[in-house]
Design a protein around this ligand. Sequence first.
Ligand SMILES: CC(C)(COP(=O)(O)OP(=O)(O)OC[C@H]1O[C@@H](n2cnc3c(N)ncnc32)[C@H](O)[C@@H]1OP(=O)(O)O)[C@@H](O)C(=O)NCCC(=O)NCCS
Length: 145
Amino acid sequence: MRKMIDIDFGSSRYNELVELRYKILLEPLGLKFLDSFRPEEAKYLHIGCVEMLDNRLVGGLILAPADDETIRLMQVAVDTVYQGEGVGRELVAYAEKRAKDAGYKKIVMHAMLFVVGFYEKMGYAAEGEPFDEQGINFMKMVKKL
Ligand SMILES: CC(C)(COP(=O)(O)OP(=O)(O)OC[C@H]1O[C@@H](n2cnc3c(N)ncnc32)[C@H](O)[C@@H]1OP(=O)(O)O)[C@@H](O)C(=O)NCCC(=O)NCCS
C-alpha cells in the first residue's frame, strides 16, 4: 500500500526527498544538489509517495509557484525499483489536485525529451520546440487544471 503525502520544508522527509531527487535525477547527469538552493525551496510545495509497509519514500516531486495562476512541476522522481508501477502517475495526479485546491489554473513544466510520452498520457501538451539546457534536451509542457 502506498500513500501520497505533503512534505514540510526542512523536515526529515524533506531531506529524504532531496536525497531521492539527487539519486534519481541529478547524479545520473553528473549534477550536484546545491545547498544554496534550499532557501528558495521554502516557497515550494513538496510532495512524496510513501510505501506504508516500510515507511520508505519511494517517489516525490516539487511544485514551484510561478505567478498567481501558474505553478511549475519539477523534479518528478520515482525510485528505480518502483518505476513502472503507477507511482509517477499517482504523484502527478495528487500534485494536480493540490495545485488546483491552492487556486492555480495551469501547470507548466520542462520535461526531458525521453519522458514526454509519460506526461502526454497525463494530459500535458507539448508547447513550442524542444530546447537544449546544459546539453540536456527538454520540451515545455502545459496542462490546464
Ligand atoms: C518518469 C517517471 C517519473 C515515471 O514514473 P513511473 O512511476 O515509472 O511511471 P508510471 O508507472 O506511473 O507510468 C504511467 C504511464 O506512463 C508510461 N510511462 C512511464 N515512463 C514513460 C516514459 N519515459 N515515456 C513514455 N511513457 C512512460 C507508463 O508505461 C504508464 O503507461 P500506461 O498507463 O499505459 O500503463 C519515473 O520513471 C522516473 O522517475 N524516471 C527517472 C527520472 C525522470 O526521468 N524524471 C522525469 C524528470 S522531467
